[in-house]
Ligand binder design. Sequence first.
Ligand SMILES: [Zn+2]
Length: 290
Amino acid sequence: MTAARESLCFGVAGIPNSCPEESSFKAIDCLISAGLEALELEFVHGLRMNQETATQIKLKAGSQGIKLSAHAPYFINLNAEDKGKIIQSQDLLLNSLRLAAVAGASDLVFHAGYYGKKSSEETYRTIKLRLKEIISIARSEKIPVALRIETMGKKSQFGSLDEVINLCREIDHLFPCLDFAHIFAREGRVNSYSEFHRVLSKVEKKLGHLALQKAHIHISGVKFNQAGELKHLNLNESDFHYYEWLQALLDFGVKGTIICESPSLEIDAKILKSLYFSLKEKKSQPIISD
Ligand SMILES: [Zn+2]
């Protein structure tokens, strides 16, 4: 992983809505105009970006101080019934890591897969094995990208907070992507200061302080039912307590990247960024008493 940042940086998943062109290259300019500093390249529908574009993006983001990450294709399922699909998924994840490296992304986020007919224990074992194989190849190729398994919002998907934390403890060079909208949707709770605090304490206790110093976090409003996540919402259309959430991140001294996945993308990212820095400012002021 790259060096820890001094603070949190805020950005969006994919091309900002204000961007006139569907281009990751142009997205960097739009992001800067919006006053943001992080971009997650969306490989979610396949690895369509060519090497030349990836190289240009790396150069541009590097010269503008934009932090890049990438998101692997949704197609990946490391627990598929079909052996062929598992091999395809492993290839896709490895190729995503390779492309992320060319594009200058420091982190690659992915969804590990579905339980299908298997128990959560068996799924855990299978995914652990498949990931170890992928990481071993990535290490031998010296790919300088941190692989991040995401906490998932649907109960049919592998990736509860505990599963993600335990896998990251057990597998060297695997890191978490903490999606707080997904954690909220899956558990139907974790929407108060004390619950956010508990999640962050658990991550710190099990994965070490560095996990919060180089965090990679997804956030949005979220609609859910008993089965978990239904869809992403804008923060102000959801009942996610983002004020308390930011306060907990601040109190814990979390550093790293916040990627906003609300439909409004940069609008919500800017709301979060300005609220975070105003909370930070307030916290740093000395308490004056008469
Ligand atoms: Zn995701």
